[in-house]
Design a protein. Structure first.
Length: 128
C-alpha cells in the first residue's frame, strides 16, 4: 500500500478540480490501495492565506474537513518527532509550512505530492 502526503497547493487543486494538477499527481491520489494524508500544517497555511486575502476557495473554508473526509483523505497531526526532523533539515526551503510537510514525509515515510521543485533537495520522495 502506498502512503502519500498532499502539499497544500496539491490539496487545493485536487478539491477544486484544477487543471494545474498534473495527471500523474491526480492518478496517484485517485489510485486504489493508497492512503492520502493532509497535514494540519496545510490547513493552517490555508487559514493564514485566507485571512490575508491571498487565497479564495470554491467552497467555504469551514467545509474543508468535510471535503477531506469525503475524498477519503486522512488528517496528519504534527508530532514532536516531526519538529525534531524540522530542526535537522537544511534550509533549502525557508517556508515554515513546507518545512513541516517535508519533515512529516520523512518522519512518516510518505511520498509528497507536490509541484515544488525545492522539495526534491530533501530525503523525501516527490511525486508530480
Amino acid at each position: 500500500m502506498r502512503h502519500n502526503l498532499l502539499d497544500t497547493h496539491t490539496l487545493i487543486w485536487f478539491l477544486n478540480g484544477s487543471d494545474e494538477l498534473s495527471s500523474i499527481a491526480k492518478q496517484t491520489i485517485e489510485a486504489e490501495y493508497v492512503t492520502n494524508f493532509v497535514s494540519i500544517a496545510s490547513l493552517w497555511e490555508m487559514a493564514v492565506k485566507i485571512g490575508l486575502g491571498k487565497l479564495k476557495l470554491q467552497a467555504p473554508f469551514n467545509e474543508i474537513n468535510k471535503q477531506i473526509t469525503l475524498n477519503g483523505f486522512e488528517m496528519l497531526p504534527i508530532t514532536f518527532e516531526d519538529t525534531l526532523t524540522v530542526s535537522d533539515l537544511p534550509f533549502n526551503h525557508r517556508d515554515p509550512f513546507d518545512r513541516i510537510i517535508i519533515a512529516q514525509a520523512i518522519t512518516n515515510n510518505l511520498s509528497i505530492i507536490s509541484k515544488d521543485k525545492v522539495f526534491s533537495s530533501y530525503e523525501a520522495k516527490i511525486i508530480w
